[in-house]
Design a binder for this molecule. Structure first.
Ligand code: PLP
Ligand code: COI
Length: 357
């Protein structure tokens, strides 16, 4: 059903960066440290629904100290990128999927579902004012961070009746320093990220909060990322990425679980792999199967994937009493190239995944 477009009130940032300042910031962006000149906001109240859509100068948010998000973590977010093509145009990738996932996250966190049309409109409105912030260097993009939080000042524990949706954007380069060089993974034995029936499949801040201590442990062990298991010792995912296994016979396996984030990068890579003739299986894979598969040569490649990190080959798996070097293959990098070629407009978009902003 077509929904009437929202009217966005636009307030220009009088202190917007000059194009020279902006170009300097765009030269070598790190991940998530620099933000564009504007944000988008849409308010929701139980009485009025979605209203007060606006584009406004980037700046601090004023929140009541009793705002529910600060106490009970009622918050969700998304991650999606805008890519500059050679002709200067700006595209994003499968935003319908992010819109729907935001709705699923909203459902789990008892937040209102933002209509997909409003989600897409928010991306277009931000690019309309901040399109100059989409960088054009290799592997660079504008990372878009839509989020929603409980703004009602109320300490009773129930879904908030005042919620804010917002969109901020940050020019980014490669997520891992060192580009596409293999990453090392720490096996979290002491901590889980999510549990059965919990919020693992939702993109909510609490899942990331739960990952920080194990991620710090990973860093202390010299690893880039942490991998989580479920209570049956099946592989779940990394702190901010999905994981994919390539078997000797060409079969590709990725964990099936109700408590991981359903990655859009993962789904897209598996579709590309299937089109190349690979068997693709979503099924449980235990840590023992992983380690034995690598030891026996049955598993020939393991990689991580996500919007921020794109595709990162896994070079080592480390635990309290072992380090398993991981086999290196070429499929991860081939799929990475195919995916990024589509995203940056260097090859045809046969699947209709691109969306012009
Ligand atoms: N798993 C987690 C925990 C993530 O944070 C992300 C990143 O968004 C992913 C998986 C990959 O999801 P996507 O490919 O949609 O970015
Ligand atoms: C993303 O890839 O969009 C994420 O949210 C992951 C996070 C580690 C930046």
């Amino acid at each position: 059903t077509e929904r009437a477009a929202l009217e966005f009130a636009v307030t220009r940032n009088a202190a917007a960066k000059s194009s020279a300042e902006r170009d300097e910031l765009l030269r070598e962006p790190a991940f998530g440290t620099v933000f564009t000149d504007h944000t988008v906001g849409i308010s929701w109240t139980e009485d009025a629904g979605w209203h007060d859509a606006r584009v406004q100068p980037y700046g601090p948010i004023s929140l009541d100290p009793a705002a529910a998000v600060l106490h009970y973590g009622q918050e969700i977010f998304e991650g999606i990128k805008a890519y500059r093509h050679a002709d200067g145009s700006v595209y994003t990738f499968r935003p319908d999927q992010n819109a729907r996932r935001l709705q699923r996250s909203a459902h789990r966190l008892a937040l209102p579902e933002l209509p997909a049309e409003y989600f897409l409109q928010s991306l277009r409105e931000l690019i309309a004012v901040d399109g100059g912030w989409v960088p054009s260097g290799a592997d660079q993009s504008l990372y878009l961070r839509p989020f929603m939080y409980a703004a009602e000042a109320f300490l009773g524990v129930r879904p908030a009746r005042h919620v804010e949706y917002a969109l901020i954007a940050s020019p980014v380069g490669a997520y891992f320093k060192g580009g596409a060089k293999p990453v090392s993974i720490w096996l979290s034995e002491d901590y889980a990220r999510a549990g059965k029936g919990g919020t693992g499949a939702a993109k909510t801040g609490g899942n990331y909060a739960a990952s920080l201590l194990p991620q710090a442990e990973a860093s202390a062990q010299g690893c880039d990322q942490v991998v989580f298991l479920d209570h049956d010792r099946n592989v779940e995912e990394l702190g901010g990425m999905n994981v994919v296994f390539v078997f000797k016979d060409g079969t590709i396996v990725t964990p099936k679980s109700d408590s991981i984030l359903e990655g859009i990068t993962r789904r897209s890579l598996l579709e590309l792999a299937a089109a190349r003739g690979h068997q693709v299986r979503e099924r449980a894979i235990s840590i023992d199967e992983w380690r034995q598969g690598v030891a026996s040569g049955d598993i020939v490649e393991v990689f991580a994937c996500g919007t921020a990190a794109v595709v990162a080959p896994i070079g080592a798996l480390k635990g309290h009493d072992f380090t398993d070097e991981q086999p290196s293959g070429t499929l991860a990098l081939q799929l990475r190239e195919e995916l990024t070629d589509i995203q940056y407009g260097r090859r045809g978009d046969a699947h209709g995944w691109l969306y012009r902003l």
